[in-house]
Design a binder for this molecule. Structure first.
Ligand code: CA
Length: 294
């Protein structure tokens, strides 16, 4: 089936080895994202093109916003608090994660201000990972086990449905999400993704998912009610890792990419691999949630 296609422009030539996990800070008009294996958190202000980054000293799976304007990281096998400029890195909670086997990967804050973050097998082969729930009280619970590469997360506008990607399964699943407890139940598949492998994702104001396709050169807009791909953003880089809506009207779709896994020849043919892209798909996203610190 032919789908409507959009183009994407380079927003920032950042050449991240594994650019990932964009999140829009609407209070400051900035986009935060990570270079997981580059151990860095990046901050980009589109209105001024200002860009800065800081080194976390370990692989940083995701960065999320806090309601007190600081940041929360899931880095290697631990959760950290850090100031937005990278100062004051502080251990927040140490979940029961074996950092020899797995590392933290994608994570996102739920509508009630708790963090969901998952782990992945370093070797990307075995279901050694889990999806965790972290509360403001520093308590960590396991929501799901047997995950190989825990990736994209998104909630429906009412917060009652969680969409989730375990990348090697090549599908987007849904769970009932209990807003009070954070518990998940009733797993079912809502879409199959065969354009590369599904990675990070975001939801738009019409309830459709924008799914980054790793190895697929694109972001797909998928209707979870039917499983059909409705639109696509073509990206001039193959390793498309994640997306987030941002900008003053939440109508800019920011797209992270990577050069991880490319041969020198492939990298030479993809000079923008690892850069940050932006598209205007004509639909707005939903605002990101903030982690509530005690
Ligand atoms: Ca990812």
């Amino acid at each position: 089936m032919a789908v409507k296609e959009h183009g994407a422009d380079v927003a920032l030539e950042v050449q991240a080895e594994l650019g990932e996990g964009p999140v829009w800070d609407e209070r400051r008009g900035r986009l935060f994202f990570v270079d997981i294996v580059g151990n860095r958190v990046h901050c980009f202000e589109p209105s001024t093109k200002a860009h800065r980054s800081f080194d976390v000293g370990r692989p940083v799976g995701c960065v999320v916003l806090r309601d007190d304007d600081g940041l929360l990281l899931a880095a290697h096998d631990t959760f950290f608090l850090v100031d937005e400029d990278g100062a004051g890195l502080e251990l927040f909670a140490g979940p029961p994660v074996d950092g020899q086997l797995v590392r933290f990967n994608d994570g996102k804050v739920c509508p009630r201000g708790r963090l969901l973050a998952g782990t992945m097998d370093w070797a990307k082969q075995e279901p050694l990972g889990s999806l965790y729930l972290l509360g403001p009280d520093r308590r960590v619970s396991v929501l799901l086990e047997g995950v190989t590469i825990s990736n994209g997360l998104a909630w429906s506008a009412d917060g009652k449905t969680l969409y989730y990607v375990d990348t090697p399964l090549h599908r987007v699943d849904a769970f009932d999400f209990d807003l009070e407890s954070g518990a998940i139940a009733n797993r079912r598949t809502v879409a199959q993704v065969s354009d590369g492998a599904p990675d990070g994702m975001a939801i738009d104001a019409e309830g459709c998912l924008w799914v980054a396709c790793w190895g697929g050169h694109r972001v797909l807009r998928v209707d979870p009610a039917t499983g059909r791909a409705l639109e696509a953003v073509r990206v001039p880089a193959s390793q498309v890792s994640s997306v987030a809506f941002g900008g003053p009207d939440l109508g800019d779709l920011y797209i992270t990419t990577a050069w991880e896994g490319l041969s020198p020849e492939q990298r030479a043919s993809e000079p923008h691999a690892g850069d940050l892209f932006v598209a205007r798909p004509g639909v707005a996203g939903l605002p990101s949630y903030r982690f509530k610190v005690p």
